[in-house]
Ligand binder design. Structure first.
Ligand code: SAM
Length: 235
């Protein structure tokens, strides 16, 4: 009987080929997903940003196969990574541009922050606050592995904002608040935009603009479903 011995080198190469094939497969699924989101994505730069962020690297191993479906997925601790169409809608409402300083409340997996990181570029920065420590580590790991060094994940109660780096050009809240937290309004720059889901069982996505004279204008942008914002100015 002939015994075939596979060397360590060959085994390493086999793994590399498998990983390459897997990466190509995910890239194809990502393209298909973004094409299917055409009714939600109107801006080319948002489309390109979402094509560049590998969503399968922001979900637990057991969810990888579902990473390119347009749905929220579990990330543990009763929390979810938002559905891709929701990430696209929020990014477009925020009118993100190169150089913006962004505050995200609810870092979760770090995926939304990575997409925003793409949109604000190297001259911009995203500060993403998360209240659950294990998710802070999860988001940091995912962002490090995908190379987003213009995103910083911070542990804290984001319902109070994050005064250290305030004021912000943009604020994205990815969990639902009972009402708009006052500290977030204060930490938004004049001329800035905030997007926040507000409500309990029935939630409404609200886009807020603060003009140069600090006047606030609110606009309802449709019904949504998010996990609750837990904290001093939350539930
Ligand atoms: N943006 C995330 C992503 O891309 O994966 C998804 C966010 S998930 C829908 C909402 C997150 O908000 C959860 O991770 C939850 O722990 C967090 N959260 C809830 N209340 C918070 C608070 N007061 N401060 C910071 N994070 C909070």
């Amino acid at each position: 009987m002939v015994q075939v011995v596979i060397s360590e080198e060959d085994r390493g190469e086999e793994i590399n080929i498998k990983e390459k094939e897997e990466a190509e497969g995910f890239e194809e699924l990502c393209k298909r997903l973004i094409k299917g989101l055409e009714i939600h994505i109107f801006e080319e730069k948002v489309r390109e940003a979402m094509l560049r962020v590998p969503r399968h690297k922001f979900v637990p191993e057991y969810e990888k196969r579902a990473a390119y479906l347009d749905m929220p997925l579990e990330i543990g601790y009763g929390q979810t990574i938002s559905a891709p169409h929701m990430v696209a809608i929020m990014c477009e409402l925020l009118e993100l541009a190169e150089g913006h300083k962004v505050l995200e409340i609810g870092a979760g997996s770090g995926y939304n922050a990575a997409v925003m990181g793409e949109l604000v570029g190297k001259s911009g920065h995203v500060y993403a606050v998360e209240r659950l420590e294990p998710l802070v580590h999860f988001a940091r790991k995912n962002l490090k592995e995908t190379g987003y060094d213009n995103v910083t994940v911070l542990l804290g109660d984001g319902s109070m904002g994050y005064s250290k780096y305030a004021p912000y050009d943009r604020i994205a809240v990815t969990c639902a608040a009972p009402c708009i937290p006052e500290p977030l309004l204060e930490q938004l720059k004049p001329g800035g935009i905030m997007v926040i889901p507000v409500g309990n069982y029935s939630q409404e996505l609200i886009r807020i603009e603060k003009d140069r004279e600090d006047n606030i204008r609110k606009e309802k942008k449709g019904e949504v479903i998010f996990v609750p914002l837990i904290g001093k100015y939350g539930f």
